[in-house]
Design a protein around this ligand. Structure first.
Ligand code: HEM
Length: 360
């Protein structure tokens, strides 16, 4: 995986409809390749660093969502509750904050509409895999039947609803934009678009911005909320780990205090649990697929131009060459002899590798 994805030949994405959502051209980051991918990725990384990741305003937004989540979950304490949906709402709200400086009340109708739309789209887009994996079917079926099979019209309607959501947001941002104080991803993109308006090589456009916004939600929400759901599952299955984690939280955070990144270094066991969950659940096993840009060699195999290249992270996360007794859930493996968290693990790749990894 490391050999492949640190090489430029393996950066492009396949031109799959499941990634582009049958748009006329790729947009954003996840479905794009080449200069568009490069520009959007660089912009988004800078954006996440400048306005979000690790900054106090984002920490405040996360804390606020945590409090709301705790309040909601407390109502169901002592009974069996499905937590995934609540987690999803909180994560989506935080992404709304990063993208558009917006946070909705948990009961807000618009938020629920948006979350339902996102979930429906994820399910519906699976249909597009028929087109991507068995393109020949289009040639043996009448067009109307094939479109019905892949739910083409439903997909187009849904995409339009999303774009409408984002369009309204972009229009509102345009009307209130202060060039000296960009508030969020939309403001920064609008400023970048304006700065490059005379550049014939610019890849900025409003449609691209709307797809980029969509990708923040589609790539960032289920990944994060499902990881938290796995944290809960593993803690339920390993009560001794849960007790130890709880003890560390109680020790570092006085009753009622909310965590910030400043406490991170004093919570090695918490970090170890999160990392061990990410290893054990290997959430995005197949990653997001890439495509070979040219005929090339990899690990002694000839990979032809256009071949789709996929990962199998579970194989690495459960490989005994990297992990002692990999099938055991053991957060302690992340701690050194002094109980300090040690992140350096060669076989740990939950976010992908090198150039393809958004947060490096
Ligand atoms: C636990 C949480 C997350 C996990 C496990 C995860 C995992 C991944 C993986 C495996 C990839 C594919 C890398 C590749 O191309 O091979 C990816 C790409 C991506 N992720 Fe995440 N991710 C998470 C959270 C997020 C969040 C919160 C955001 C944004 C708000 C995000 C945005 C993206 C984007 C835009 C890409 C495409 C990057 C590119 O093409 O260069 N992810 N992620």
């Amino acid at each position: 995986m490391k050999e492949a994805f640190s090489r430029a030949e393996f950066i492009p994405r396949p031109d799959w409809d499941v990634l582009t959502l049958i748009d006329e051209a790729p947009h954003g980051i996840v479905s794009s390749s080449g200069i568009l991918w490069h520009n959007n990725r660089r912009f988004t990384l800078r954006q996440l660093r400048d306005l979000g990741m690790g900054k106090s305003s984002l920490v405040g937004a996360v804390q606020q969502q945590c409090l709301k989540l705790r309040e909601t979950l407390a109502k169901g304490a002592g009974t069996a509750v499905v937590i995934n949906h609540q987690l999803h709402l909180s994560v989506i709200n935080i992404i709304w904050y990063m993208v558009a400086s917006r946070q909705f009340d948990a009961e807000n109708k618009r938020l629920h509409e948006f979350v339902d739309l996102l979930s429906d789209l994820v399910i519906l887009s699976n249909r597009l895999a028929i087109k991507d994996f068995m393109p020949w079917m289009q040639n043996v079926m009448p067009d109307f039947l094939f479109k019905r099979l892949i739910k083409y019209h439903e997909m187009m309607d849904m995409k339009e609803k999303f774009l409408q959501f984002f369009r309204e947001e972009v229009e509102e941002h345009k009307a209130t934009l202060d060039p000296n104080h960009p508030r969020d991803l939309i403001d920064s993109y609008l400023l970048e678009m304006e700065a490059k308006k005379d550049d014939p090589e610019t890849t900025c456009s409003e449609r691209d911005l709307m797809f980029l916004m969509f990708e923040m939600f589609s790539a960032g929400s289920e990944t994060t909320s499902n990881t938290f759901t796995w944290v809960c599952c593993y803690l339920a299955a390993h009560p001794q780990v849960q007790r130890k984690l709880h003890a560390e939280i109680d020790e570092v955070l006085p009753s009622g205090a909310l965590p910030t990144l400043a406490e991170k270094s004093r919570m090695p066991y918490t970090e170890a649990v999160i990392h061990e969950v990410m290893r054990a659940c290997s959430l995005i096993n197949f990653g997001v697929q890439h495509m070979a840009a040219s005929d090339t060699q990899l690990g002694g195999y000839t990979i032809p131009k256009g071949a789709v290249v996929s990962t199998t992270v579970t194989a690495i996360h459960y490989d005994s060459r990297y992990w002692d007794r990999p099938e055991e859930f053991r957060p302690e493996r992340w701690l050194d002899e002094n109980g300090k968290f040690s992140m350096v693990k060669e076989g740990f790749l939950p976010f992908g590798v090198g150039k393809v990894f958004l947060f490096v």
